[in-house]
Structures are given as structure tokens and as C-alpha cells.
Design a protein around this ligand. Structure first.
Ligand SMILES: Nc1nc2c(ncn2[C@@H]2O[C@H](COP(=O)(O)OP(=O)(O)OP(=O)(O)O)[C@@H](O)[C@H]2O)c(=O)[nH]1
Ligand SMILES: [Mg+2]
Ligand SMILES: [Zn+2]
Length: 275
């Protein structure tokens, strides 16, 4: 249990805590969380139904696994870009997983992230195949990209986060729920964040589907400094450049070049961060 002084919502998945009491775990014993150690980073989301309040989802994360479905529900660049803004701001490595690639071809959607060199995976785990197959259906190298790290899955309800967790763990630890056929939306099956240990080590954190992200505390300069190769150019920008104006030094890069494509990506992420 948690010491009362810590207050509500003070401990999230991934927190490192100090315990007091009997930590043997034996039946009938009691240990208390008495302190939450400083976080190296954290993810939060805005809970819109209670007045734009920030709610922490997880802390001390190595990787942010952004999960979008190729279809049902439709993928949205705005969502991925906002997740990337959060990841770059917090210094968390982003990974993109496109689920349901049996329903639509996600190549066009993925094109936007090639220049940003975001590691990405396509997964295809329809129920009929999952139920009738004994073999491992996960995209190659996804498990090894997660092993030894603490990763959080983030995505809208119904994109298949819990399905992915079950495939990674090769069990049915997480409940899954069908997407509503009429609205194309998930049913918010998972209701709280859970960390599960991966085969071979590391942790995967399944989370409830998010509608929106807490972006209030995003620091644009931290996002920009994740694009180290642009630093020299940016020094030539006018003071307080928004990097989206005619005097911006980034405009000097020839259009269509790989660097220009990365600049487009950076501009998209900065725009998403200020939405
Ligand atoms: N066709 C297809 N269906 C999938 C795939 N992955 C998951 N699904 C289905 O999508 C639905 C939603 O899956 P969940 O794993 O519950 O989704 P979730 O992201 O955990 O949803 P919340 O817990 O509500 O946030 C289920 O009916 C799954 O069977 C896939 O690769 N292909
Ligand atoms: Mg779920
Ligand atoms: Zn500029």
C-alpha cells in the first residue's frame, strides 16, 4: 500500500519507489511505499472530461511504442506527430508499430516517417489467424527491439495494443475488445496501465486507449535539439525564429534532399506540438 502523505495519483507504472515495512511478500505482511524517487522522464495525458487536467501515465521510460492501425480505426498523422513531439521532448526513443496491416497497406502512411528514421514495424494479427496458429506471428525483430528496455504502448482505443502484448508474451494476460463496427472506435477495453515482463527481459507497459495527450509542458527547443544535424543551420536563424517563416535558415536547404525531408518532419512535429 501507499503512505497516505503521498496523496492521490502520486505513483505511476515505472516509478522507482522506496518501501518500508515487511517486504518479504509473504501472506499477511504489509509493505508501504513511502517515497517516489525522482523521475528521469514521464508521460502524461490530458484528461479532457475533468477540465484539461494532466494525468501521468508512466515514468522512467526507455521507449515509446506508438501504435496505430492501418485501418479500423484509421491512422492519423496528427496523433503520431504529437507522440513524436512528446518522445523527443522527454528524450524517449520512439518506435512506430502499424497494426492490422492485413486490413490495409500502410506503406503510404509510413512514408512520412522514413526521413525521420523512426524504427517501424508492420504487424498483422487478425483473430482468426491468432486462434489457429501455433507459430509466432509477430513482426521480425519487434521482440528484440523491446527486450531489456522499458517500453510504453500508446495509441487510440481499439488499435490492438493489448493484442500485441498477448502476442509478445505468448499468453492471454490482457483482455482485448472488438472495435465498434458502426463508429470504427475501440471500446476502451483496457482501463489502467500495466507493466508486463517480456520473455528475455525488459518490460512492456500496456495502457488504456488515449484520446489526447498532455502537450502543455512540451519544450520546443528540446524537440529541435533532438535534430542535432540541424543545429549549425539553426544558429543562422533570426532570433526567436519559429522555423516556419520566410527568414528561417532551414529554407536554404534544397527541396527534395534528405535533409529537407527531415526538416519537413521537424516542422510537422513542431506544428503538432503547438496544436
Ligand atoms: N484484423 C486485425 N484485427 C486486429 C489486429 N490486432 C488487433 N485486432 C483486433 O482489434 C480489436 C482491438 O484490439 P485490442 O488489443 O483490444 O485493442 P487495444 O488497443 O488494446 O484497445 P483498448 O484497450 O481499448 O485501448 C480486437 O478485436 C482485436 O482482435 C490485427 O493485426 N488485424
Ligand atoms: Mg487494451
Ligand atoms: Zn528557423
Amino acid at each position: 500500500m501507499k503512505a497516505r502523505e503521498l496523496g492521490k495519483n502520486s505513483v505511476v507504472v515505472g516509478d522507482l519507489v522506496r518501501l518500508d515495512g515487511d517486504i518479504s511478500g509473504a501472506e499477511g505482511t504489509l509493505a508501504r511505499i513511502v517515497e517516489v524517487l525522482p523521475r528521469s522522464n514521464s508521460l502524461s495525458r490530458t484528461v479532457d472530461d475533468i477540465g484539461a487536467q494532466e494525468k501521468f501515465v508512466a515514468a522512467n521510460i526507455d521507449q515509446l511504442v506508438i501504435v496505430v492501425a492501418a485501418a479500423n480505426p484509421e491512422p492519423r498523422h496528427g496523433f503520431v506527430d504529437r507522440c513524436l513531439a512528446v518522445a523527443f521532448d522527454q528524450g524517449i526513443k520512439p518506435i512506430l508499430v502499424i497494426t492490422k496491416s492485413d486490413l490495409a497497406n500502410p506503406e503510404n502512411f509510413l512514408e512520412a516517417y522514413k526521413a525521420l528514421e523512426i524504427e517501424s514495424f508492420k504487424s498483422s494479427l487478425p483473430r482468426e489467424v491468432r486462434e489457429n496458429s501455433q507459430s509466432n506471428l509477430l513482426p521480425a525483430n519487434l521482440l528484440s527491439a523491446l527486450q531489456g528496455k522499458k517500453s510504453v504502448l500508446i495509441g487510440h482505443s481499439g488499435v490492438g495494443k493489448s493484442t500485441l502484448v498477448n502476442a509478445l508474451l505468448q499468453n492471454n494476460a490482457r483482455e482485448t475488445g472488438d472495435v465498434n463496427l458502426a463508429t470504427g472506435r475501440g471500446r476502451h477495453t483496457s482501463s489502467s496501465a500495466h507493466a508486463l515482463e517480456l520473455p528475455g527481459g525488459g518490460w512492456i507497459i500496456d495502457t488504456p486507449g488515449v484520446r489526447s495527450f498532455g502537450l502543455e509542458h512540451i519544450d520546443r527547443s528540446r524537440i529541435i535539439s533532438s535534430f542535432g544535424e540541424l543545429a549549425e543551420l539553426i544558429e543562422r536563424c533570426p532570433k526567436n525564429c519559429s522555423h516556419n517563416e520566410s527568414e528561417c535558415a532551414l529554407n536554404s536547404v534544397p527541396e527534395g534532399s534528405p535533409v529537407a525531408l527531415r526538416i519537413n518532419g521537424l516542422r510537422r512535429i513542431l506544428a503538432a506540438a503547438s496544436d
